[in-house]
Design a protein around this ligand. Sequence first.
Ligand code: 13P
Ligand code: SF4
Length: 359
Amino acid sequence: APSDPDLVDRARAARAALGERAFVLGHHYQRDEVIDFADVTGDSFKLAREAAARPEAEYILFCGVHFMAESADILTSDRQQVVLPDLAAGCSMADMAAIGQVEEAWAVLQDVGIADATIPVTYMNSSAAIKAFTGRHGGTVCTSSNAEVALRWAFEQVGGVDGTGKVLFLPDQHLGRNTAVLELGMSLDECVVFDPRKPNGGLTDQELRDARMILWRGHCSVHGRFSAQNVTDIRAAVPDVTVMVHPECRHEVVTSADLVGSTEYIIKQLDAAEPGSSWAIGTELNLVRRLAKAHPDKHVHYLDSTVCFCSTMNRIDLPHLVWAMESLVEGRVVNRIVVDDDDAHWARVALDQMLALPG
Ligand code: 13P
Ligand code: SF4
């Protein structure tokens, strides 16, 4: 539905009043009404870099989810304040790895005698505490656009991809498995899933010793719903369709698709596509709808019409954005995201490691 015109006017007025004191970041999964007010849009990697590159902005308004706002707070100076317009904008995947569970899992690896040969890699979609854990243990953060480089770097730290060292990959088992198997050439047998709800992660000591990729049992509730059947169905329904999916999708979905990549990658492929070409896209619906609108000369389909929006990304709407901006205009900082100093220090080590990766 079109936005309330009064609200749009109020948003414009508040944005103008804040001027350069504020910088508005918008993730690709945000609603159109929010994207209209974003100074820059991007995937989580680009937004982290953009936040770090705006030292002049007093306020960073983060239109995305909680872990992204935490990362922005970590990467900006103490003088800058990061605001998340709705504090309920979390991420179900990030919530699947609690710091206590990860500490316990590490203790299991120590008991089995493999912790020294293991390096943690955490997906950006994790709490600051998990990033800090990763930094303390010499690992790196990664995003869907640099997971391959991050994994190669991590394995180099423990003896190389062809050696015997291991990666503990948090919290998205699918991104970890897809990257290890499809980009690094590992076998599915070398990947095991550590289930934090089970003793020893549900694995035998021998299974842990033999594994190269210890995948946390986490997933994205949106991307986890696409199936290989969806790919079969769309190929039958749409001739010459190119199927493009996000690496948070299950392994069988990614292997049956034609292209796989981050939101930024998906956007670039569509920009470069031939007029008249047909595409089926497996990622969040706000982005796919926007792509369909932006490319009327191409046929853009949704991979599964029953998959819905990311409900937490959608928590950020125009009323919340207006409220946050008007509060700032009045000198009240609402919904500020602050990471405590110790976690911020170690999470920054892991984030800086990611930013220093080649490419
Ligand atoms: P990217 O924007 O990094 O592709 O991540 C997708 C996502 O699920 C963010 O929550
Ligand atoms: Fe989290 Fe999935 Fe939503 Fe991204 S799309 S914020 S991974 S729940």
